[in-house]
Write a protein of this length. Structure first.
Length: 189
């Protein structure tokens, strides 16, 4: 055998095998990202152990006093907050169906309550759930008027900058106030 001829063939074979292996890795990474973004996989435990980790940060004034931090804005994922409130409520036996809308100032919750619970207790549970999740400045409105679930749903793609947004929200709030609110308004201001 001539080693000079076998060396390039062996080298090409190694490249081919390595290239095929990388293709599988790329597919696996793509599938992993797709799986991570799938909302149905939300209930899986996190692989990096963040579910049981404490949250901690520490900065000095000097570290925070830079141009990038001045331009840093704080934001909240309203959809995630609505999702969290709804899921917590549905863990209770008091609710059969829940629709939650989080705006820039309000939380609107319409629900179908279980027959085993009265209106006042259900309203109290709904309001306390939202207030335990959201920052204190949010006003929370609840209603067992099931038709309001469709009204809330009609706003799910809206933005706070939409033209008729405030009027529509106010109409829904006015309708919700006809239902028990669970707590006095002083507790919600």
């Amino acid at each position: 055998m001539d080693w000079k001829r076998m060396l390039p063939i062996g080298f090409m074979t190694m490249l081919l095998i390595t290239g095929c292996a990388n293709d599988d890795t790329a597919k696996n990474e793509s599938e992993q990202i797709k799986d991570e973004l799938d909302p149905n996989n939300e209930l899986q435990e996190s692989e990096d152990g963040t579910d049981d980790k404490l949250g901690y940060v520490r900065y000095t004034k000097d570290q925070m006093d830079n141009n990038s931090e001045r331009n840093h804005s704080i934001s909240m994922d309203r959809t995630e907050m609505a999702n969290m409130i709804t899921r917590i409520m549905l863990r209770s036996d008091a609710f059969e169906e829940v629709a939650t809308l989080v705006t820039d100032e309000e939380v609107l919750i319409a629900y179908q309550k279980s027959d085993a619970y009265d209106e006042a207790k259900s309203a109290q549970m709904a309001k306390k759930t939202a207030m335990s999740v959201m920052p204190r400045y949010f006003k929370v409105y609840v209603s067992d008027n099931e038709t309001l679930m469709n009204d809330i749903h009609s706003l799910h793609n809206s933005r706070t900058t939409d033209g008729n947004y405030d009027n529509t929200i106010q109409q829904i709030i006015d309708e919700m106030r006809k239902s028990p609110q669970g707590m006095t308004d002083e507790m919600n201001e």
